[in-house]
Ligand binder design. Structure first.
Ligand code: AN7
Length: 402
């Protein structure tokens, strides 16, 4: 039993009502459950392999889900990197190892399953890339048409490749992500398409399983802090909700400090946090090498700021140079290949340790949200070129020892 509830005015709407924000006050919605009849125990999770659907009892989907084995991503203990940056224990939850290469799959397996339950005929989203790649693939699996809107020229190649290969109708919008999102919301309202951006509260239900898996993987001991990139601000809100639910169910004994990192040229949530505001002032022309989080007007900002304040977390911005340095460190010290947005979590952690806002005795989990291969062009622009040589032993030797 659950409803869609406004986080602002508390009005509740039935599960099958197609709403994305509160019709009464415009507030964001979240899924709230009546779990009074539910008895759940840590032991219930023993010996079941990790996946989003391991936690089906805590998710809203009734039907057989549209699934391609999402979730179950590794939690790596990063000894060498933690020593280098000066933190007691650092884990990386590598969400880039989901089926389409990003955490969006957790949201889409739930979101597209709900779309099918509701009998929707077309699904749509605006995207900086990963959301569109994921929706294209889940739409293909569900046999439902997909429309995606991307900011022209600002989406990493791997993500566009996925969206077009899996058969979505891909519209390249002359404008940034925030404009594309406005347009797709109008399209969904006018045409009855189902909107699967993270303003859709069902999508965030899938993403809260990141919290469930982290707790599960750590033996139901939660870390002191979670550090992750913030773009449209859905994921940090979802993960916080997940940890809160575990706590309320008595499965864990505390909630980690939610720590949101943005790129300096695109940091409305950080600005609001530093001025202790409850909502953001949009940035009209966001810019960063981390195109996934090049978002100036995040729809879930109010939820994200609540997550940060309530959990005692912080929000910080990092420069593109800091992002690139962290991306290389993670790749070369720990063997974890991530796209720039994901590396912002490591860059942010380093900065917050240096400024003393994070203390060395903490156990931290960084969430790396997308795979390195999403953005090969960025990699080629920041790394050493391959050395082209003649096909002779002499040239080989000269190149190897130069
Ligand atoms: C790799 O695909 O917004 O704060 O349209 O792709 O929940 O938005 C992507 C976001 C972090 C930020 N890391 O998550 C999209 C999109 C990666 C991402 C984020 C995104 P949110």
């Amino acid at each position: 039993m659950y409803t869609q509830k406004c986080i602002q005015c508390q009005e509740e709407y039935p599960p099958e009502k197609i709403v994305y924000t509160c019709p009464k006050c415009g507030g964001l919605l979240e899924i709230v459950y009546d779990w009074s009849g539910l008895s759940i125990n840590k032991k219930d999770f023993n010996a079941i392999p990790l996946s989003v659907w391991k936690y089906k009892a805590l998710l809203p989907v009734k039907r057989e889900p549209i699934s391609i084995n999402e979730g179950g991503t590794p939690l790596y203990l990063c000894d060498r990197l933690s020593e280098k940056i000066g933190i007691n224990k650092l884990y990386v939850k590598h969400e880039g190892l989901n089926p389409t290469g990003s955490f969006k799959d957790r949201g889409m397996t739930v979101g597209v399953s709900i779309a099918m339950e509701l009998g929707m005929k077309t699904v749509a989203c605006a995207s900086t890339g990963n959301t569109s790649a994921s929706l294209a693939i889940y739409g293909a699996k569900a046999d439902i048409p997909v429309v995606v809107m991307l900011p022209a020229g600002k989406v990493a190649m791997g993500k566009v490749a996925q969206a077009i290969m899996h058969g979505a109708k891909v519209l390249s919008v002359r404008g940034n992500f925030d404009k594309a999102l406005k347009l797709v919301r109008e399209l969904c309202d006018d045409e009855g398409f189902y909107l699967l951006n993270s303003v859709n509260p069902y999508r965030l239900e899938g993403q809260k399983t990141i919290a469930f898996e982290i707790a599960d993987q750590m033996g139901w001991e939660v870390p002191d802090r979670l550090v992750l990139p913030v773009g449209n601000a859905g994921n940090i809100s979802a993960i916080y909700k997940g940890f809160k639910e575990l706590y309320n169910l008595g499965l864990t004994d505390r909630i980690p400090k939610m720590t949101g990192i943005q790129a300096q040229g695109s940091c409305p949530v950080v600005n609001a946090f530093k001025q202790t505001q409850k909502d953001i002032i949009a940035i009209p022309d966001p810019e960063t090498i981390a195109t996934a989080i090049r978002i100036g007007d995040p729809v879930n900002a109010v939820k994200a700021l609540r997550a940060i304040y309530e959990s005692g977390g912080v929000s910080e911005s990092v420069s593109d140079d800091e992002i690139v340095t962290a991306q290389k460190q993670l790749a070369r010290i720990e063997g974890i290949g991530v796209e720039p947005a994901s590396a912002s979590s490591i860059a942010g952690l380093k900065k917050l340790i240096q400024t003393g806002l994070i203390t060395q005795d903490e156990t931290v989990v960084c969430v790396t949200t997308g795979h390195l291969l999403k953005d090969p062009e960025e990699v080629l622009s920041i790394c050493e070129d391959a050395i082209e040589i003649d096909a002779t032993a002499e040239s080989v030797r000269r190149a190897v020892f130069q």
